[in-house]
Ligand binder design. Structure first.
Ligand code: NDP
Ligand code: HSE
Length: 440
């Protein structure tokens, strides 16, 4: 058999340890698939003394000198499962410029500065693969960057954060509030000790940037993504959604379309939204991920599975390792980054969305007309209006609840409508404002 393909593994935590385990358990199969054995040349970690349980690997392979390991002549492929921007960026640029192939799960780095990594890969001639960076085990990036390259993708809509999907699913199932559902997610090990990146939407925004870049052949960074988390979603919002036959999900939505000047552009956003319970993404429960892709010729495609966890994520990492190892043996590299379209990113105000607005109002003649007048002034078309009695302790005698769902309008017009409604004296309060996606 050919001489081994040698791997430098950077990181041996939740994902890295599973990569080591799978490399050991499946070594014969992997060697047969690659055409050469895969060998670990070294493993860079932060703490040499950390207890790593019964990990099937020679302890002498561990080092704290990641850069020294990367620079070794006998390393062909660098697998980065450390995370964060630095020092990971410096390591990967060093590896790529030196012609090594890189496999990484680091969504934060790819979304912050993927361009630098792609440029370094082009310079060095190695591969840059990152299937595990979005939606864990789900084969998604390869279909976007290979299988769908003959088609034109129009929209990608995804649930790409397991922690928030667990929380919103629990709120829907039990009527719990956000804090209670987050506590449950933490107890069960779904949410991290510091859940900020998940519940504030940063994790999903990074993934949205990666998806948009691949789907629309453009460089989209996390800073281009409009981001709202789920911390403001209340039990009342969830009840309101249920009453409309909907559920609330944290969606990442990347869409292409014409901007105000008629130029082709993309909009990329992450926010909670109501979707009908009949929508394919509505049934994605627990901590699962799913991504719905719409393409002109292919139509609608759905990718579903585990978006996190050591073994599922390691599966995606190893798939990439096999691919880059095969390429090295064949003396080829995968197609380089496809960013030729270079589409501009539209501001959120131009994104076309629909709103569901619940208002507590005075119940007297002319109120509906005044409220409708605000929508008309901002050129927002109302799709449905429902009036009911004011509910609960907050509802005073002589008040009513108005639930209004709009047609599609620019987000800026919808936001301005809500601002003006808040200022009307006949509006006691704007109880809930949620975007609506996926038809209603
Ligand atoms: P962990 O925190 O579990 O592991 C991080 C590893 O990196 C540890 O082994 C740590 O060493 C090592 N490390 C940290 N800093 C340094 C440093 N300066 N030098 C050398 N080694 C260092 O992270 P995960 O395994 O959960 O995540 C890794 C990557 O995978 C991240 O980019 C993450 O976003 C991504 N990812 C993770 C998923 C998951 O479910 N966990 C899912 C999808 C992607 P030590 O062991 O000594 O502490
Ligand atoms: N924290 C992420 C999630 C892990 O909850 O989905 C996978 O990137």
């Amino acid at each position: 058999m050919t001489s081994p393909v040698r791997l430098a593994l950077l990181g041996c935590g939740t994902v890295g340890a599973e990569v080591v385990r799978l490399l050991h358990e499946q070594s014969a199969d992997l060697a047969a698939r690659v055409g050469a054995p895969l060998e670990i040349a070294g493993i860079a970690v932060r703490r040499l003394g950390r207890d790593r349980g019964d990990l099937p690997v020679d302890p002498a392979l561990f080092t704290t000198d990641a850069l020294g390991l990367i620079k070794r002549d006998d390393v062909d492929v660098v697998v980065e499962v450390v995370g964060g921007i630095e020092p990971a960026r410096g390591w990967l640029v060093e590896a790529l410029r030196a012609g090594k192939s890189v496999v990484t799960a680091n969504k934060a780095l790819l979304a912050e500065d993927g361009g630098t990594l792609h440029d370094a890969a082009a310079e060095g001639g190695g591969d840059l693969y990152y299937e595990a960076s979005v939606a864990g085990a789900i084969p998604l990036l390869r279909p976007l960057r290979e299988s769908l390259h003959g088609d034109r993708i129009t929209q990608v809509t995804g649930i790409v954060n397991g922690t928030t999907n667990f929380i919103l699913s629990a709120m829907h199932a039990t009527g719990a509030g956000f804090t209670e559902a987050l506590e449950e997610a933490t107890e069960l090990g779904y949410a991290e000790a510091d859940p900020t990146a998940d519940v504030e939407g940063f994790d999903a925004a990074a993934k949205a940037a990666i998806l948009a870049s691949l789907a629309f052949h453009s460089r989209v960074a996390a800073a281009d993504v409009h981001r709202e988390g789920i911390t403001e979603v209340t039990a009342a919002d969830v009840a309101s959604a249920k009453a409309m036959g909907c559920t609330i999900k944290l969606l990442c939505i990347a869409a292409r379309g014409a901007d105000r000047q008629g130029r082709e552009a993309v909009s990329v956003r992450v926010h909670p939204a109501m979707i009908p319970v009949t929508h394919p993404l509505a049934s994605v429960g627990d901590a699962f991920n799913a991504v719905f892709v719409e393409a002109e010729a292919a139509g609608e495609l759905m990718f579903y599975g585990r978006g996190a966890g050591g073994a599922p994520t390691a599966s995606a990492v190893l798939g990439d390792v096999v691919a880059v190892a095969r390429n090295r043996l064949a003396g080829v590299r995968a197609a380089s980054e496809s960013a030729y379209a270079d589409l501009p990113v539209r501001p959120m105000g131009e994104a076309l969305t629909r709103y569901h607005i619940s208002l507590d109002v005075a119940d007297r003649p002319g109120v509906l007309e005044s409220v409708a007048g605000v929508f008309a002034r901002h050129e927002v078309s109302i799709a449905t209006v429902r009036q009911g009695p004011a509910a609960g302790a907050a509802g005073a005698a002589g008040d009513a609840v108005l639930v209004i769902v709009t047609h599609v309008a620019p987000d800026a017009a919808l936001a301005a409508t809500v601002r003006e409604l808040r200022g009307l004296d006949i509006v006691r309060s704007v109880a809930s404002v949620l975007r609506v996606e996926g038809g209603l």
